[in-house]
Ligand binder design. Sequence first.
Ligand SMILES: Nc1ncnc2c1ncn2[C@@H]1O[C@H](COP(=O)(O)OP(=O)(O)O)[C@@H](O)[C@H]1O
Ligand SMILES: O=C(CO)[C@@H](O)[C@H](O)COP(=O)(O)O
Length: 523
Amino acid sequence: MKVIAIDEQLRVIYEDNVHFDKDLPEFKTQGGVYIHSDRLTVTSPVLMWVKALDMILEKMKSSGFNFSQIRALSGAGQQHGSVYWKKGSSQILKNASSELPLHQSLKGCFSVSDSPIWMDSSTTSQCRELEKAVGGAQHLASVTGSRAYERFTGNQIAKIYSQNPEVYQQTERISLVSSFAASLFLGTYAPIDYSDGSGMNLLQIWEKTWSKSCLDACAPGLEERLGCPVPSHSVLGPISPYYSQRYGFSPDCKVVAFTGDNPASLAGMRLQEGDIAISLGTSDTLFLWIQEPTPALEGHILCNPVDSQTYMALLCFKNGSLMRERIRDDCASGSWDEFSKALSSTAAGNSGNLGFYFDVMEITPEAVGIHRFNRDNQKVSRFPKEVEIRALIEGQFMAKRIHAEKLGYKVLPRTRILATGGASHNKKILQVLSDVFNAPVFTIDTANSACLGSAYRAIHGLVAERNVSLADVVKLAPEPSLAVTPTPGAEEVNLFAASIMEKRVVTVLSGFLENISKNPSCL
Ligand SMILES: Nc1ncnc2c1ncn2[C@@H]1O[C@H](COP(=O)(O)OP(=O)(O)O)[C@@H](O)[C@H]1O
Ligand SMILES: O=C(CO)[C@@H](O)[C@H](O)COP(=O)(O)O
């Protein structure tokens, strides 16, 4: 959990974080999550999130942070995850005593204590049922922006309803992670915003209302449990008295709708049409600002969080930083420095060696396992350590370019890549990104663009009703700075590598499908 505070000149005046595994060891998470024994179900304990909020605010208080100066706040949550509030919880939330940390008051409030999160892929049967109920995958994509995806909230809710109807009956409200966090600040249930709401397979992205047929296909009585969706710039109300009494916030401090982490990053990076943003966080994502989208069977179209007339296209790759960390541990003694040296000591194109690294079931494309090919296009079981590291990073970025081009994106001479997320600290990784896309890579001062974007959105919320755009609000913010430019000659090597990669994707996917048909339990 991260926090950023900015002043009226948009300067970052406070930045801190709480690390779930290290700072809250009592929850025994790894990477903030529990991976269940079926390897498909992935959850996080909801009380850990509440305790992390208590902890981060206490840290700010101990450092002397002046909460009374805060005029507005907003936030972002990892997309798709959901929180289930037990009947009667709205009163407990409203009346929480400022004498107690919030997690103590809320400990009995959740009908599901481990929240399903974006890494979950256990709802394949619910996905197929939803697509069937609404007239097929493409129709669902045309209505909601995406075909059915396992992590999307509607399918997660359908699983809870079908496996545990009594738990569903005990639930009075379902929040996304983002609207859940907003609820904690508001002291009442916060609505879901259009942009994060687009990651549920439930919202009609054109009309911006819930789709009745999708709701009905997932669970009965769902509309009243979700509340009405709202524009992402909405002011939801003043902060709850709990925060004025406990931390000294002004009672006038406004809470602006929270949104998903990727939409908030779009705001934080001040993405412009034509730019391509690549976030290298726990997941890797790639997103674009788009005027007239055509939802397809691959990728997602979300409502744009800063301009309700337009959209954002998103691709999500599950095997991001955790995959890079695993190869760093196996091949570079757990050191990013050593990992970077391996990238410096090998050349673009990796002498024809190429790999696909999916420790967990990937989203884009749907495949799993480690697949290495040498320059003669033969499948091999291992690479030397340096070759392995370059194969991983080049493979990850070539996949991004190929999938972005499938969405219709063209790399042009004026293309800027805006990189963010933890791995964007690493210049050697960014160099490979620049070489593969043959475009300059820019970064902003903080790799926490979702957090910074939330602060920008908080200011924007104060003036959005007067038709002031986010671009106007943030025009004084520092421009992204140039981090790396393409290595001369890398483009030819990479274009060749990308063309053979597409052929190998087909080999990997057909091998994968063959394995499943022989042994369905390998899923
Ligand atoms: N120097 C580095 N090189 C490569 N990856 C890094 C480096 N520093 C941090 N990371 C990666 O950044 C990840 C966290 O990114 P972050 O954007 O904070 O995640 P989240 O998407 O969960 O907000 C870590 O998992 C770590 O592997
Ligand atoms: O599933 C997606 C986007 O569709 C993920 O990008 C989540 O939004 C979680 O992101 P991080 O944990 O990487 O921040």
